[in-house]
Write a protein that binds this ligand. Structure first.
Ligand SMILES: [Zn+2]
Length: 350
């Protein structure tokens, strides 16, 4: 099978398109033929050696995988050749106290697909059968690959880590991003009034189109004051934050009393200095969110099948163009998801 492998870290890193032996499943594993795989900021961190986990090279990146089952291990009974699946990329052990209660995203023995083991920028990928989620008939491979990482992250934030009440003000940072575009749609469906941010006219227009009532220009140094103005100086109840650094600090400036910030990323900086006084006086919360549980993926795919959640796809690249796809995501000139299709697209109207 063909796979694109990162052979040297860098910005850009060095990739090679290689012919590798077909993976063989262990007893409780399956081999999935990859139909579509989303590109994420996680992949850029892998490329740059920017992750706080040791990575052995060469490595096949790619964590947001949709495909069909090609082969099953001897102990796998629930899946068969040809089944359409999405893969929970937070690989989990299924046995620790957190997995046992369904909180697989906090698994103590978790692995990251495409980071600590080979991922989906390849013809095939081998994963534990427990990480599979069945793809509803109405959901195409590209839709799944564009939603199951960033979209289910937003689902995890808005329905697991925090709750949205009817009429709440929700601020979704970066409305044209994977997490932001899903957060706008999910929060709106849950009855919230949604504000978003965007750095270009096109990104702000997209956020409006997805359901944000107001969209502020994130290039404006006073964007948090704009958000306060929109809410009559009250501030917002819940903020979906995935940028970190200065953006996280600005979020506190437009957070209401009793408000909550959920943070799931730190592309703009992992270390900040917080003034604790307003946080405890205003009884605010800062909550971490990491990945998703299988239940969040199932909900995301069910919402997609019901037409309640639509992915925004920027572009689709073939396997040999993966370095160009990485460069495009790094340039930040993307509206929605960048996808990799290892095979010619199938005629399924996806
Ligand atoms: Zn576990």
């Amino acid at each position: 099978m063909k796979a694109i492998q990162l052979v040297t870290h860098g910005k850009p890193g060095k990739f090679e398109l290689r012919e590798l032996p077909e993976p063989q499943p262990g007893p409780d594993e399956v081999v999935v033929q990859v139909q579509s795989c989303g590109l994420n900021h996680l992949d850029l961190w892998l490329e740059e050696a920017g992750l706080p986990v040791p990575v052995l090279l060469p490595r096949t990146p790619g964590s947001e995988i949709a495909g069909t089952i090609f082969a099953t291990g001897t102990a796998v009974a629930d899946w068969k050749h040809g089944d359409r699946v999405a893969i929970q990329s937070n690989l989990f052990c299924g046995e620790c106290e957190f997995c046992k209660r369904g909180d697989e995203s906090t698994c103590v023995r978790g692995e990251l697909l495409g980071v600590t083991r080979d991922g989906g920028f390849a013809g095939q990928v081998v994963v534990p059968a427990r990480s599979l989620v069945r793809l509803p008939d109405a959901v195409g491979f590209d839709t799944s690959a564009a939603l199951t990482l960033a979209g289910s992250t937003a689902m995890h934030i808005l329905t697991n880590r925090a709750q949205v009440r009817e009429g709440d003000w929700v601020l979704a940072i970066g409305g044209a991003s994977g997490v932001g575009s899903a957060a706008i749609q999910i929060a709106k469906q849950l009855g919230a009034r949604v504000i978003s941010t965007g750095s270009t006219e096109a990104k702000r227009a997209l956020a409006h189109h997805l359901g944000a009532e107001f969209v502020v220009d994130s290039n404006n140094a006073n964007w948090s004051a704009e958000v306060r103005k929109i809410t009559n100086k009250r501030g917002v109840d819940l903020i979906v934050e995935h940028v970190g650094g200065e953006v996280l600090l600005k979020c506190f400036e437009c957070l209401a009393r009793n408000g909550t910030i959920v943070t799931c990323g730190a592309t703009a900086g992992r270390e900040v200095t917080l003034n604790l006084w307003p946080i405890f006086v205003k009884q605010q919360r800062l909550i971490g969110s990491y990945g998703r549980n299988r239940a969040d993926m199932q909900a995301t795919l069910e919402w997609a099948a019901a037409g309640k959640l639509k992915p925004v796809i920027d572009s689709v690249f073939p396997l040999d163009q993966v370095p160009a796809a990485f460069a495009k995501l790094r340039s930040r000139h993307v509206l929605g998801k960048v996808l990799i299709e290892p095979f010619e697209p199938e005629s399924e109207g996806d």
